[in-house]
Design a protein around this ligand. Structure first.
Ligand code: SF4
Length: 405
């Protein structure tokens, strides 16, 4: 079994264990963190190869291979950024991680710096609600002084990587058209790495225990664990750490929710897609395949059997339309038009059917960021999964509520 420590003899690899990144709960102090996870190597030779063997992908939503992002750096990174902006309303995993295992995130930043760029600026960009946890974690550790904690901008698109760099550069914190990858030109025009905080926590454990340990849970195509924010159907919102490839229904069962309580599940958050109850047996994986469901940003929201998917989807679309950063015409004007046409087609006169189809066809790929693409994906899934409800609404009935709408 590989040990990635650079100093001294190989450490014994801990037994397969679960949970991993949430192995500590309730704001562990520095000593508890070290006792739980062991010392952090100051640098990891062959880091790119180790991460490639581990199969670690980003946990912010895009599931891009971590090794590939590092390998694409145009030079030593001038800045390494831990991203916990978490603008998705249904996501709580980054906040829970920072409340319970913040040192793993900081470990990830420091081992990247030690390996790639000892003089890099290290930034922890956090949702204001997690600011206190983050600042306390940095103050707790003896090597934390070089890490700067910055409050994230507000809004759904605040965590988009170019928005993060824009905010840290003194801008409004909105996505920017970036013809160059941030690994080539990011903060102050220098190579920059931005990773979601959960990604960094996994990286910190791989740096300690190696790729084989990481792969000892999950599946060959979806190794390791992931944090999932679960909510809906009367559940109190909470976060679970599950193995890669865990069936969607098993995740819900661990939260105490049986199949009969589920009408549909929104997977991946507001930029994700609705999934029918018939697919609860499908595994949750980093990227969707023919047989699996893509976990996206690690969000699961359950629509209970008494709820109306049309009303829920319409409300989400109105919210998404309000979250345009108002700088790209197709997004600024297109998303409110899409939202209005969706409401008309699903609960109104239905005269705007052609307009709705035109918006769904033309908006993707038209913004500086993927906000229009994600919104169209969500709307399309709602129209598919709730097709019967659309018909019922048009006939004046709301099937979920069993009443006239
Ligand atoms: S597509 Fe929308 S959210 Fe994205 S940068 Fe343009 S206006 Fe902003």
């Amino acid at each position: 079994m590989t040990d990635t420590a650079t100093h001294g003899a190989a450490r014994p690899v801990p037994a397969r264990s679960h949970p991993r990144v949430l192995a500590t709960l309730g704001r562990p102090d520095w000593a508890t963190h070290l006792a739980t996870h062991g010392p952090l190597p100051s640098l990891v030779p062959n880091l790119v190869e180790i991460l490639q063997n581990a199969g670690l992908v980003g946990h912010g939503g895009a599931a891009f291979p971590v090794w590939r992002k590092i390998a694409s750096l145009a030079g030593a990174p001038a800045a390494i950024i831990a991203n916990a902006a978490e603008g998705e309303p249904l996501s709580h995993k980054d906040a829970v991680l920072l409340a319970n295992a913040p040192q793993l995130v900081l470990d990830g930043l420091l081992v990247l710096a030690g390996t790639l760029a000892p003089r890099a600026k290290l930034l922890l960009y956090v949702n204001p609600l997690s600011l206190e946890s983050a600042e306390r974690a940095v103050a707790d550790r003896p090597d934390g002084r070089r890490i700067q904690v910055v409050a994230a901008a507000d809004g759904f698109v605040a965590g988009e990587v170019s928005a993060v760099v824009d905010s840290l550069s003194g801008g409004r914190g909105v996505p920017r058209d970036h013809p160059h990858h941030l690994t080539e030109r990011g903060l102050k025009g220098k190579p920059t790495l931005v990773f979601n905080v959960e990604t960094l926590a996994h990286l910190a454990l791989i740096a300690r225990h190696g790729p084989e340990w990481f792969r000892s849970v999950g599946t060959p195509d979806d190794p390791g664990t992931r944090l999932i924010s679960v909510s809906g159907a009367g559940l109190e919102a909470h976060v679970r750490e599950v193995d890669g490839g865990t069936p969607l229904g098993d995740v819900l069962a661990r939260c105490g929710l049986g199949e009969t309580a589920v009408q549909a599940v929104l997977v991946g958050g507001y930029h994700g897609a609705w999934v029918e109850r018939s697919r609860l047996g499908a595994p949750l994986t980093a990227k969707a395949t023919r047989t699996s469901i893509g976990a996206g940003a690690g969000v699961i929201h359950v629509l209970g059997v008494e709820e109306c998917g049309i009303h829920a989807s319409g409300a989400i679309l109105r919210y998404l339309a309000s979250q345009s950063a108002q700088q790209c015409g197709p997004c600024l004007f297109g998303l409110p038009t899409l939202s209005g046409a969706f409401d008309d087609v699903t609960t109104g006169s239905g005269r705007q059917g052609d307009l709705l189809q035109r918006m769904l066809a033309t908006l993707p790929g038209r913004g500086a960021c993927h906000h229009p693409d994600g919104t169209v994906r969500f709307a399309t899934s709602a129209l598919g999964v709730f097709a019967d409800e659309v018909t019922a609404h048009r006939a004046g009935r709301c099937r979920a509520a069993g009443a006239r709408r």
